[in-house]
Design a protein around this ligand. Structure first.
Ligand code: SF4
Length: 321
C-alpha cells in the first residue's frame, strides 16, 4: 500500500461568532491523500469544504487535529519550518477576477512567490521562469506585461494556475477553480489541470459542488455535510454504489443526458438548505433532511467507518437502506 502524501486526522476548525456561539465549520474529519491523485471534496455550499482545504494547508489556524506531511504534523512547525512546507502547498482560488491584483502585471503576479522565497538571483532568470510557466499553462511571453483586466476569465484562471506552480509545489488545493467560469471554458481548465498533473506529478485536492465534473477529474471523492465527512470512496465506486442518503440525494440531482433514463429515474429531493453550523447538536448532522432518520440518529453521532474496502460512510442505517 502506498504511503499517503498527506494524512488528515480529526481536523477541526471552529469560529467564535458571539456569546456562547461557535460555528463548527469543520468538525473532526479524517482522510489520507496519496501522491499523484486527485482527491475530490464535494458538498453543498456552507458544508465546510473550502474551510477544510484552507485549514489543511494552514491558511487558517486549526482548532484541533493533525495534518501529517513528510512525517511531521505541520500544525506544530515553527514559522521557519513552515516556510518550506508552504512552497509545497499551493492554492488555486475560485474567483480568477478577485484573486489577481488588478494593478500588477502578469509578470509581477507570477514572480511574487519567487521573490518572496528568493529563488532567483537575477531578474533575467526570474523572467525566464515566468515565461516558462506561462507557456506551461497555454499562454505566452506576450502576455507577461499585460494586466489582469486584459484577459478573459479562463485566461485569468490560467494565470492563477501559473502562479500556484511557480515554486514547484507537490500539492495544490483547487478551491472551486471552475465555478466562476463559462461552461464552455470549464472543461479546458480541468483538462489543463489534468495535463499538468501528469507532467509535473502533482497531487490535487479538488473542491467543488458540481458533482459531474468532480467525477471526471477525481480518483477518490469525499462528501462533506455540515462539517462532517459523510462518505468517501474511489470515484467510480462512489458514483455507482453510493451508500449514504446524502450522497444518494446529491447524485440523483445530476441530470442524465438520456431523456428516457432521466424520466424514469427516482429523484430524491433535498428539502431546504444546509442548516446553520452554529452550535450543532449531537447526532447525525443530516438528520433534519433525511427521510430514513430514526430516533437514534438524533442522539448518537454515527461513526465514519470503512463499510467496504476503501469505502467509508457515517450512517446508522447503512446496512438497511
Ligand atoms: Fe439518515 Fe440517520 Fe443515516 Fe443520518 S444516520 S444519514 S439521519 S439514517
Amino acid at each position: 500500500m502506498q504511503e499517503p502524501l498527506i494524512s488528515v486526522k480529526n481536523l477541526k476548525k471552529h469560529f467564535d461568532v458571539g456569546k456562547d456561539a461557535v460555528l463548527k465549520a469543520v468538525d473532526g474529519i479524517s482522510f489520507d491523500i496519496y501522491p499523484g491523485e486527485t482527491f475530490g471534496l464535494v458538498g453543498e455550499s456552507g458544508c465546510g469544504k473550502s474551510t477544510a482545504g484552507r485549514t489543511l494547508i494552514r491558511l487558517y489556524d486549526p482548532t484541533d487535529g493533525e495534518v501529517i506531511f513528510n512525517g511531521k504534523n505541520i500544525f506544530t512547525l515553527s514559522r521557519n519550518q513552515m516556510s518550506e512546507v508552504r512552497r509545497n502547498f499551493q492554492m488555486i482560488f475560485q474567483d480568477p477576477y478577485a484573486s489577481l491584483n488588478p494593478r500588477m502585471t502578469v509578470l509581477d503576479i507570477i514572480s511574487e512567490p519567487l521573490e518572496i522565497h528568493q529563488i532567483y538571483k537575477s531578474k533575467k532568470e526570474m523572467k525566464a521562469r515566468v515565461i516558462e510557466l506561462l507557456e506551461l499553462v497555454g499562454l505566452n511571453d506576450e502576455h507577461a506585461m499585460r494586466f489582469p483586466h486584459e484577459f478573459s476569465g479562463g485566461q485569468r484562471q490560467r494565470i492563477g494556475i501559473a502562479r500556484a506552480l511557480a515554486l514547484n509545489p507537490k500539492f495544490i488545493v483547487c478551491d472551486e477553480p471552475i465555478s466562476a467560469l463559462d461552461v464552455s471554458i470549464q472543461a479546458q481548465v480541468v483538462n489543463l489541470l489534468k495535463d499538468l498533473q501528469e507532467k509535473l506529478g502533482l497531487t490535487y485536492m479538488f473542491i467543488a459542488h458540481d458533482l459531474s465534473m468532480v467525477r471526471y477529474i477525481s480518483d477518490r471523492v469525499g462528501v462533506m455535510y455540515l462539517g462532517h465527512m459523510m462518505e468517501l470512496a474511489e470515484s467510480e465506486e462512489l458514483y455507482d454504489n453510493p451508500l449514504h442518503p446524502y450522497t444518494k440525494a446529491l447524485l440523483s440531482a445530476i441530470p442524465i443526458p438520456n431523456p428516457d433514463i432521466q424520466r424514469s429515474r427516482q429523484r430524491i429531493i433535498l428539502e431546504g438548505d444546509v442548516p446553520s453550523p452554529i452550535n450543532p447538536k449531537e447526532g447525525c448532522r443530516f438528520v433534519d433532511r433525511c427521510s430514513y432518520a430514526i430516533d437514534k440518529c438524533r442522539n448518537v453521532t454515527p461513526e465514519f467507518e470503512e463499510v467496504r474496502p476503501g469505502h467509508f460512510a457515517a450512517c446508522h442505517r447503512i446496512g438497511e437502506i
